[in-house]
Write a protein that binds this ligand. Structure first.
Ligand code: 5GP
Ligand code: MN
Length: 347
């Protein structure tokens, strides 16, 4: 492959390759992972604005819908949801000469889009901060030390010496993803460089107060009641420094669950003194699975745990996975795994 590069971090060779690719008009599709979060939507939108302002033809195709608390982001109305705008999305993918994949690193994370990506003749550029990337991209910007894909999009633009072309729209999008993926600038991946970039973004027009309010102050009464239910269901296993929550489909229905309502619930377990491992199991009857979120503090790798036992992955301290057995059986299976991790969890 002409542009193939084994270096995960960007170096002069793959920056030059990216510049060469973008020096001619391309038909670009930008893709976030399924169930996109603030970083996935923020990074795809920021890159979309940038590429279009450079005169490129670009569209974002999302595997499915995203939460309401992101539906203010500049440009979001242009995102093609593969589930509801299937024809348009498919034709954009068929015509694509260049596909950017953002905030994920294997096609399995895109749900029904995966077979289309496998077959695509387009060149791929990956921008991502998750562990163990697959080898599908001609240009791979993969760096697990990064706080967020939005921070990487900022860097990507800076490799092109184009930070002066960051508009307020782009700044708002990137700020959102950095803020949400760092738990508002408190996770260990938050570096001084992250803060420097965030400061630049505010200077370039990111409205930080408005963004915080859009993301965190839009609770509905039913979401708070669902949170109450989740906290009530929490099981604390001091022996394993673990806290887990279950939410059944019946409970979600009772509290009129909307996409995004359970965002952040898993973190409450970690606010308990001495707890290092927090998990939430959420039943999804429509998909016939239990969606799981894992969080940890310290050296216990939830990425390893999710990969080994629950078909998932992610980062050392935040990962996801799924289970195909019932909610109760999943929780029982999880608890049965803990004794073999007792030493690690108590280290
Ligand atoms: P969340 O628990 O918020 O859904 O995801 C936490 C982190 O794990 C995110 O970085 C997300 O991209 C990743 N993640 C979530 N679910 C999965 C999954 O099923 N497989 C993999 N490989 N990563 C996941
Ligand atoms: Mn991310």
């Amino acid at each position: 492959m002409l542009y193939y590069c084994i270096f995960a971090r960007m170096n002069s060779a793959n920056i030059a390759a990216a510049k060469e690719l973008l020096s001619t008009p391309q038909k670009i599709v930008i893709i976030p992972h399924k169930n996109p979060d603030g970083d996935a939507i923020g990074s795809t939108l920021a890159l979309w604005h940038y590429l279009r302002n450079q005169g490129q033809e670009a569209v974002i195709v999302s595997p499915n819908d995203y939460p309401k608390f992101l539906k203010w982001m500049p440009g979001h109305n242009n995102i093609l949801n593969f589930e509801t705008k299937n024809k348009q999305a498919k034709s954009a993918l068929d015509d694509a000469t260049l596909i950017f994949t953002l905030d994920f690193n294997h096609f399995g994370r895109t749900g029904q889009l995966a077979p289309l990506l496998e077959q695509s003749q387009a060149k791929f550029i990956m921008i991502d901060h998750h562990q163990e990337p697959s080898d599908y991209a001609e240009i791979m910007y993969s760096d697990v030390s990064m706080s967020s894909t939005c921070e990487m999009v900022y860097n990507f633009i800076s490799f092109f010496e184009d930070t002066d072309k960051i508009t307020p729209e782009m700044a708002n999008c990137m700020y959102t993803g950095i803020m949400t993926d760092t738990g508002s600038f408190k996770f260990p991946s938050t570096t001084s460089k992250t803060h420097q970039i965030v400061a630049q973004l505010i200077d370039k027009g990111a409205d930080n107060l408005a963004i915080h309010s859009h993301i965190y102050d839009t609770n509905s009464p039913s979401r708070l009641h669902l949170l109450g239910c989740a906290l009530n269901n929490m099981v604390i296993l001091q022996e394993y420094r673990t806290a887990y929550i279950t939410l059944s489909q019946a409970e979600l229905d009772k509290y009129k669950y909307q996409k995004g309502d359970t965002e952040g619930f898993v973190n409450y377990g970690l606010t308990l003194e001495g707890i290092r491992f927090a998990v939430i199991f959420i039943e999804n009857s429509e998909e016939g699975i239990i969606k799981i979120s894992f969080r940890s503090v310290g050296d216990f790798s939830v990425n390893e745990f999710a990969r080994t036992h629950f078909h998932g992955g992610g980062h050392d301290n935040a990962a996801g996975g799924r289970s195909d057995i019932s909610l109760t059986e999943t929780a029982e299976r999880f608890v049965s795994l803990l004794p073999s991790y007792k030493d690690q969890l108590n280290a």
